[in-house]
Ligand binder design. Structure first.
Ligand code: PLP
Length: 378
């Protein structure tokens, strides 16, 4: 099989680029003297996660219990489920723990802590817990300055079957930065907010051995990791246009693309129509607020090299419209019906989520493997 013979739209993964992205991050984090706990939500693929080396492959992060079960079934034992726990998921967590997994949950409320403590008591099984801290107002987590920090810390520390491990935070605001200085400041805020919480908890007599932080931008540009015990990141494995816009990577580092076929033209409008719409490319518009807006993706030739100025400017369910970003006339003869192009994604996690497998290439047109992905929740 090769890129000419497979169906379109299809997801293409360049294994050599993934390898380089992983090695670069592993090396960077290890020189900082902290552990990398890669996030399995980007790849949702055991074949990709097995490309990590020790020690980073010995502890991973997941975003669904389906991922947790899948990775555990493939030999990953130390798994951090880094989405706030909902009480009805606890039975599934204990089923995994009883099979030998070490699953850590996160929470930021007394209601969740109560549910976790009751379930752990019911199963008479110890459950590791991290408290989620909101370091930048991005999403969930406890305000680090609130009295809830110590209140919840005491509750978790005292609960007989809960193992309170420490604090976790995620600097999601880093994706909105303009420039490396902003990312560095966000990284420092992420670190200091988490470390301050640890210090407040320990001053109150509550041991807090784990300080878990991370996002791809802050992991890449953070300069000081003191007090941190582990860094979580995921999107760096594939990289994408948002990360390139943040200067986290170069366009050439992006390992993921969608293979699409030209299905028509609107010559008077200077449009090329392809068979990849939002179901294939996603509706993610993460580059819209960046200096270069890539629409729904950057257009590359068959070999994966960007074609100057061409991008997917609009999408329908199964159609994508390619135009020139400066309105220059496109030589339509270069893109006859049936010609194939590759589209680089704004957000790798969102684009990959539409597909059940990767067509793996090693820089050429041959497909050397097909790797499954584990989408969904059940
Ligand atoms: C809790 C948590 N940790 C880590 C990450 C990884 O960040 P990135 O996608 O920037 O690699 C995410 C991403 O959403 C996350 O939600």
């Amino acid at each position: 099989m090769n890129l000419h013979s497979i169906n379109t739209p299809s997801l293409i993964l360049d294994r050599e680029k993934v390898r380089k992205n992983i090695n670069r991050m592993e090396q960077h984090i290890s020189t900082q003297g902290v552990s990398l706990r890669p996030h399995g939500k980007t790849a949702k693929s055991v074949d990709v996660m097995q490309m990590f080396h020790e020690p980073s492959r010995s502890g991973i992060t997941v975003s669904t219990l389906k991922e947790a079960e899948y990775y555990f079934n493939h030999g990953f034992q130390d798994i951090l489920y880094a989405v706030g726990i909902s009480p009805q998921k606890l039975d599934r967590i204990f089923a995994l723990i009883h099979r030998g997994a070490r699953i850590t949950i996160i929470l930021d409320s007394l209601a969740q802590a109560d549910a976790a403590a009751n379930a752990a008591q019911h199963y008479r099984t110890r459950l590791p817990v991290l408290m989620e801290i909101d370091c930048d107002g991005h999403r969930s987590g406890i305000n680090p300055d609130s009295s809830l920090l110590l209140y919840l810390g005491r509750y978790l520390d005292a609960a007989s079957f809960l193992d309170f491990q420490g604090v976790l935070t995620h600097a999601g605001e880093s994706y909105g930065c303009r420039g490396i200085d902003c990312i560095r400041q966000t990284a420092e805020l992420e670190r200091t907010r988490a470390v301050d919480c640890k210090m407040r908890l320990e001053k109150a007599g509550i041991p807090c051995p784990v300080v878990s932080i991370g996002s791809t931008p802050t992991a890449t540009f953070g300069r000081d990791f003191s007090g941190v015990t582990e860094v979580r990141a995921g999107v760096f494995m594939f990289q994408d246009l948002v990360m390139a816009g943040l200067q986290v990577c170069h366009i050439d580092d992006i390992a993921l693309s969608v293979l699409a076929t030209v299905i028509g033209h609107q010559k008077e409008k200077n449009w090329i129509i392809i068979d990849a719409g939002w179901t294939a490319l996603s509706r993610d518009r993460g580059t819209a607020r960046q200096i270069v807006d890539h629409g729904y993706g950057m257009v590359c030739g068959f070999s994966g090299k960007p074609i100057n100025g061409l991008y997917v400017s609009s999408v329908y369910q199964e159609h994508g419209v390619i135009t020139h970003r400066e309105g220059k006339e496109i030589v339509m003869d270069r893109f006859p019906v049936g010609r194939r192009v590759r589209i680089l994604p704004n957000h790798a996690c969102a684009t990959a989520a539409s597909f059940n497998s990767y067509n793996v290439v090693d820089g050429s047109e041959e497909i050397v493997h097909q790797w499954d992905r584990i989408n969904g929740w059940d």
